[in-house]
Design a protein around this ligand. Structure first.
Ligand code: CA
Length: 516
């Protein structure tokens, strides 16, 4: 049978049927897409460098900002938020990484020093994200001694790893050597993993650079970078430390110690052989210059690779459904107080960069000065994922802070503790927005890898509003007596709340009794 426009009836019905079915499919598929993007939690890209000081990120503003711009890292802040008061709770690589994964302080996750391993059986945020439907991945520097757990995919450097032609081990225990510079290789693998991921699931990806960790080897393309530039010195490079307490003033990893290492490790092409016959001041100056140029070249290599990652996300429509974070495991001294390295509770080592971009939540160009600590990272990831935060995590999600609202009961102080006790003595303390009180107890306790000799005991107080660079310890200044009483109370309260009560360390309890 033909209809009025000449099509056979059954064909017509079939066509109507196909059209109707197509419409239904189109509707379902639209609906699925809508519900997909409406309800699906965002991807999380966590980019972490090793030892990246706030002073070496141009958007933070420092003496180095104009000399070594970091435009790509800055872009995250420009299009998102920069945290001004983000701190680590134990300023050393391995413990900080364990804290980020567990949301717990060292005394709760058992990773106190460089020598401790994170037990793969311990609960961590990645396992929870994976159970909650995320595809999880870890690429680059791991450094937690035992194998990563909770990741669908991992490919990591063994221990510190190499800067050039890095060897990496993956989740199938396959060991491969990758040609090239570590930051370039880690970025290549990161992009490759994102490209090949299961696109039905949101991803949680940790991209961890080895740079700018010592010995600061940089790619050949940057060998002439900064050659003719004079690197500005920090005021405290020449600090007279007599204002400090006995607990700190004689200790530390100084630029002069570095000078010997530069010669030992043959930084000859950079002038390290010229130290002989130089006066102390010249050795410090010259060593500082060599150290900073090497360090800053690795920073530029990292920045270039952050640019590559952001370009990839741009091109693949992943910029606005991904929470992009840039941070470091701790801060770093770049000659301030005549120090290199980290570990101390002083600002350069305590403060860490934290830049985050996620347009649905975060308005562009925001800066926030609430006190955020690295135990807060894991709860924040879970908050973005819409998953429950376990009660035993000690941090708190700061997602609302990123949205621009500070909860009325947000913390006003943070507790810090460096356990390892080496040439940097064991200490703990409290920091508010205005003050920092540090107690150097100087005992190895039962820490693995610690020096056995106790060091001198001492208190230090810094008035951070008047003295942000910590050049004047005011602990013995009577004007601060009331402040000290309040801060000691707050310090003991924090220790109690966090369960860091030193019950098993009688020798420390005795010292505390005497000195508080
Ligand atoms: Ca580190």
């Amino acid at each position: 049978m033909m209809n009025s426009i000449g099509l056979k009836q059954p064909f017509m019905l079939k066509a109507i049927g196909i059209c109707a079915t197509s419409l239904v499919f189109l509707f379902i598929s639209c609906k699925r897409q809508l519900s997909h993007s409406d309800t699906r939690p965002p991807n999380i890209l966590f980019i972490m460098s090793d030892d990246h000081a706030v002073n070496a990120i141009s958007c933070y503003g420092s003496r180095l900002s104009d000399i070594v711009p970091t435009p790509n890292i800055d872009r995250i802040a420009r299009e998102g938020m920069r945290l001004e008061n983000c701190f680590c709770t134990n300023s050393i690589c391995v413990p900080s990484r364990a804290t980020i994964l567990t949301g717990k302080y060292s005394h709760k996750n058992g990773v106190y020093t460089l020598s401790d391993a994170l037990d793969p059986d311990q609960q961590n945020v990645v396992k929870i994200l994976k159970q909650g439907g995320y595809q999880t991945s870890m690429i680059g520097k791991w450094h937690l001694h035992k194998e990563p757990s909770g990741f669908d995919y991992w490919n990591v450097l063994p221990g510190q790893g190499r800067y050039f032609n890095p060897v990496m081990t993956d989740h199938d225990s396959i060991i491969r050597t990758y040609n090239g510079y570590s930051a370039d290789v880690i970025t290549n693998l990161t992009i490759e993993w994102i490209n090949n991921r299961d696109k039905e699931k949101p991803f949680f990806l940790m991209c961890h650079f080895k740079a700018p960790h010592e010995p600061w080897e940089y790619p050949d393309r940057l060998k002439d970078y900064l050659t003719d530039v004079e690197i500005p010195e920090p005021e405290s490079l020449w600090e007279d430390k007599s204002h400090r307490s006995a607990g700190s003033r004689e200790y530390g990893f100084t630029i002069e110690t570095m000078a010997k290492r530069q010669v030992r490790e043959n930084y000859h092409s950079e002038g390290a052989q010229d130290f002989e016959g130089l006066k102390t001041k010249e050795v410090r100056k010259k060593t500082y210059e060599i150290f900073l140029k090497r360090y800053l070249r690795t920073i530029t290599a990292v920045d270039q690779n952050v640019g590559r990652l952001l370009n990839y996300l741009d091109e693949n429509n992943l910029m606005d459904n991904t929470v992009i974070i840039y941070t470091s495991d701790q801060g770093y001294f770049l000659g301030e107080h005549n120090y290199i390295d980290k570990r101390w509770m002083y600002e350069e080592s305590l403060r860490i960069p934290f830049l985050v971009r996620y347009p649905p939540d975060i308005k562009a160009g925001r800066v926030n000065d609430n006190i955020v600590i690295n135990t807060d990272f894991a709860p924040t990831f879970l908050d973005y994922a819409g998953l429950n935060i376990p009660d035993d995590m000690q941090g708190r999600s700061f997602r609302v802070i990123l949205k621009g609202e500070t909860p009325a009961d947000w913390r006003n102080s943070m507790y810090y503790r460096y356990w390892m006790h080496t040439t940097r003595p064991a200490h703990y303390g409290i920091r508010t927005k205005k003050y920092k009180l540090i107690f150097f107890y100087g005992l190895p306790l039962d820490m693995t890898g610690a020096s056995k000799e106790p060091t001198k005991i001492g208190w230090e107080l810094y008035d951070l509003e008047k003295d942000p660079k910590e050049l004047k310890n005011v602990y013995n200044d009577q004007e601060y007596n009331e402040v000290i009483i309040e801060l000691k109370k707050e310090l003991l309260k924090k220790k109690q709340e966090l369960g860091d009560t030193d019950e098993k360390y009688l020798e420390l309890l005795n010292i505390q009794q005497e000195y508080f």
